[in-house]
Design a protein around this ligand. Structure first.
Ligand code: PMP
Length: 770
């Protein structure tokens, strides 16, 4: 258990004066000084000599020994450092002893350093630079210092922040609590990288109550003292600076904090890797203050009061830091520290081709090197932000803290597989099936959309005894051998077991009525496909439908279309597989599942991409009897499928969708975007129809011929990425659709950025008439 309580010994002034007399042979009068763990007194002799008498709170002889030895060490290493000088007891020892209520306490007498505490001063930039310099001098002098007590576990050590997360519920403000939880999740992630950083003994607690300000002869302020070596630890050097920056920068401003940093590096060099984690460590210090305060409010009221000012500062500063963001601040700090950002290295494409093959696909003419994501934003090594309108895997937003935390927590506890009992996977299966029609009541867990489709394909063949597959023209269902056969557009030779259905009539929306001729045509097309199979001696095992018809060109036909087609498939003995890899989990904005929007009742539902928000996971949802029959015949087990970490990720995604009402957002923001795109298209000849619904939209690009349309589409996609820093893709059989498919946390203000960027690109096309 970490020592969370602040419990200094309680000695009165008379007792302190007695200790000074008996242990140190000094006749003094004392007055109390503040102290979080030690009981401190200012002591003055009749002839004006001043001391600090400390009754040390720690009962651990190692810790108390460390506290005095370090002062001796610093005095040796850098005699001009303004740290307290240790005075011996009458017996010549560094530590004395005082007893109270049967408990013995170590005592220590040091010189008194004059000055005001920094916490009581207005710290301008020159003074903050001095703070940086003095902290760096202490660190330099500490370089050769070793002591076993430096391994002490103290709650203020920012590396222990994840251990404090259980106190988060005690933080009163929900906003602050969320921020703190986010910081803890990040800290959890960067802990491994901290281990590789240069480490040594550090003071560990350079806050404004431990720094003294003194006036120089010239009249300006300088740091006249650094106090309290009771929190020393062996830690990455940069932790020292992070604490000082968190605690002493009065204004939560990157430039002000940079003043401390620049003072520091004037004395003690930092490396790029140190500066790269500085922002997260400063945030972590604030989060530590907020969490410890929250705990103390519950369990240690006097201790909480000691932190009242610090906690107000921490909340304001953390908020400001999070608003400014890691990228902006870290750039400023790299500049101040004279360290080039270690992430600015350009990836060598030749190396990539050697290692991954020249055919490994890359987006965009100028491939992007991305290093970080947050909600709808992606960042390159230079800290430039890209609006992500392409990626649907981070369904609830890139690196959503709830999902990150769920994954990190479960990874730290257990990652096995479904051959052991585990609660989470059952909870997840319950959550998924509860959102399905009653007949879809059991799940098989795998690792990708392809695998889910592959398993569904095996089940369909087994259950029907048929071998034929039916898909929509230009469908995409994945990469395994069996599923690639259901994906003829992806470079796979046409497989004689698979037949293709025509896409739904263009220009129809889900709310439209399907005309009788269109209805008849859809039915006739399905009949034709089934006949083709029969001519090859086959019958349909399954019809696979990507419910958004994404790669086929993004269609949103009325239910009558799918009903007409699937009735024929069923009559021929085939099953219906709703591939929800694209449209599942509310992307359409109207329903949780795409098959509901299509008016379909599938036999199996396959899931992938969005379910784990980036953690690999695929699911087949089907009727229990179907799954059990398959299990009985073949057995089924996937090593990674349904592991507790995946289940935790999946549950967190469902939770966020609900809490943040993302289906509603897909509807409202998707509706807003659709309308704005339609208005834009009316102004530009090269822009055509808007297809789809919710947050999966396609914008047709028009040209004098199909090749020109395709070329224009590619140009817009590339121009948006390189100029506007808006990431989209192209789609459809003619590659002439802009594919707009952002994380569901996409908001109207993001839609505005996107529409503006497309408008500019359209203008460019018209100006150049390409
Ligand atoms: N089905 C559909 C509709 C898809 O869009 C995809 C991926 N684009 C897949 C299946 C395959 O999923 P995965 O890449 O996870 O194997």
């Amino acid at each position: 258990m970490l020592a969370l309580r602040s419990a200094p010994p309680v000695f009165g002034t008379a007792e302190a004066e007695r200790v000074a007399r008996e242990v140190y042979g000094l006749a003094v009068s004392v007055r109390p000084l503040s102290g979080e763990r030690d009981c401190n007194f200012h002591a003055r002799t009749a002839d004006g000599r001043e001391y600090v008498l400390k009754i040390l709170g720690s009962q651990d002889p190692l810790t108390t020994d460390c506290q005095v030895r370090v002062l001796r060490h610093l005095a040796d290493q850098d005699p001009s450092l303004p740290v307290p000088k240790v005075y011996p007891t009458l017996l010549g020892a560094d530590l004395g002893q005082a007893s109270q209520d049967g408990l013995d306490y170590a005592t220590c007498l040091t010189g008194f350093l004059p000055g005001r505490l920094l916490v009581d001063c207005r710290a301008d930039r020159p003074l903050l630079r001095e703070v940086g310099r003095i902290v760096a001098r202490v660190d330099r002098a500490l370089q050769g210092f070793f002591h076993p007590a430096l391994a002490q576990r103290i709650a203020w050590d920012v590396r222990r922040l994840p251990e404090l997360i259980e106190f988060a519920p005690h933080i009163g403000s929900p906003d602050v609590r969320l921020q703190v939880e986010g910081v803890v999740a990040v800290m959890h992630n960067i802990l491994p990288s901290l281990r590789g950083l240069r480490s040594q003994a550090i003071h560990g607690d350079c806050h404004a109550g431990n720094l003294l300000v003194a006036a120089r002869a010239t009249g300006d302020d300088t740091v006249g003292g650094i106090l309290d070596f009771g929190d020393m630890i062996h830690a990455p050097l940069v932790v020292e600076l992070a604490v000082a920056m968190a605690e002493t920068g009065a204004a939560p401003d990157a430039d002000v904090l940079a003043a401390i940093l620049s003072g520091y590096v004037g004395v003690q060099e930092l490396q790029a890797a140190d500066v790269a984690v500085l922002y997260d460590l400063v945030c972590a210090r604030h989060a530590t203050t907020l969490l410890l305060h929250a705990w103390r409010v519950q369990h240690d009221q006097p201790g909480a009061r000691l932190l009242d000012e610090a906690v107000a500062h921490a909340a304001v500063s953390l908020d400001a830091l999070l608003r400014l963001g890691r990228e902006t601040i870290t750039r400023t700090w790299h500049h101040a520290a004279g360290t080039a950002s270690s992430t600015t290295s350009v990836i060598d494409l030749g190396r990539r081709q050697r290692l991954m093959g020249a055919g490994a696909e890359l987006f965009y003419e100028q491939p992007l090197h991305l290093v970080r994501g947050e909600a709808v934003w992606l960042y390159d090594p230079q800290g430039r932000a890209y609006l992500d309108v392409y990626n649907n895997v981070p369904h609830v937003g890139h690196c959503h803290p709830t999902v990150v935390r769920a994954i990190a927590r479960q990874t730290a506890v257990l990652a096995t597989h479904t051959r052991y009992l585990h609660e989470r996977i059952l909870e997840y299966a319950e959550e998924l099936t509860a959102r399905c029609p009653p007949h879809l009541d059991a799940c098989i867990f795998v690792n990708s959309g392809s695998e889910a489709n592959d398993v569904a394909w095996r089940i369909a063949q087994f259950a029907t005894g048929h071998k034929g597959g039916m898909i929509l023209a230009h469908a995409y269902h994945g990469i395994t051998a069996a599923v690639a056969a259901l994906t003829p557009g992806a470079g796979q030779p046409r497989d004689p077991r698979v037949v293709t259905l025509s896409v739904p009539p263009a220009g129809l929306a889900v709310g439209d009525t399907l005309s009788m001729p269109d209805l008849a045509a859809a039915g006739a097309d399905a009949d034709r496909a089934i006949r083709e199979l029969a001519e090859r001696g086959l019958a349909p095992a399954a019809f696979y439908l990507d419910t958004a018809a994404t790669s086929s060109g993004i269609y949103d036909p009325p239910p009558a279309w799918a009903q007409a087609v699937t009735a024929r498939v069923r009559a021929a003995g085939g099953l219906i597989v709703a591939d929800e890899v694209q449209y599942g989990l509310g992307r359409s904005g109207s329903h949780f599942w795409g098959f509901e929007r299509r008016g379909l009742v599938p036999d199996m539902v396959t899931l992938g991409k969005p379910v784990g928000n980036g953690y690999p996971m695929g699911v087949v949802i089907a009727g229990r009897s179907l799954i059990e029959a398959f299990q009985a015949q073949y057995g089924f087990f996937s090593t990674f499928g349904g592991n507790p970490v995946a289940a935790s990720a999946g549950l967190a995604v469902l939770d966020v969708i609900e809490r943040e009402q993302l289906v509603v957002n897909a509807r409202t923001t998707g509706g807003y975007l659709r309308e704005r795109l339609q208005r834009l298209a009316a102004q530009h000849a090269c822009l055509g129809a808007v297809r789809g619904a919710g947050l999966l939209l396609g914008l047709e690009i028009v040209g004098p011929n199909p090749d020109a349309a395709k070329r224009r589409t590619k140009q817009i996609v590339n121009e948006l990425a390189s100029r506007a820093r808006v990431l989209i893709g192209s789609e459809g059989p003619g590659a002439n659709l802009l594919k707009l498919r952002p994380p569901l946390v996409f908001r109207p203000e993001h839609a505005d950025l996107l529409v503006e960027a497309i408008g500019l690109a359209a203008q460019n096309i018209e100006r150049r008439a390409v």
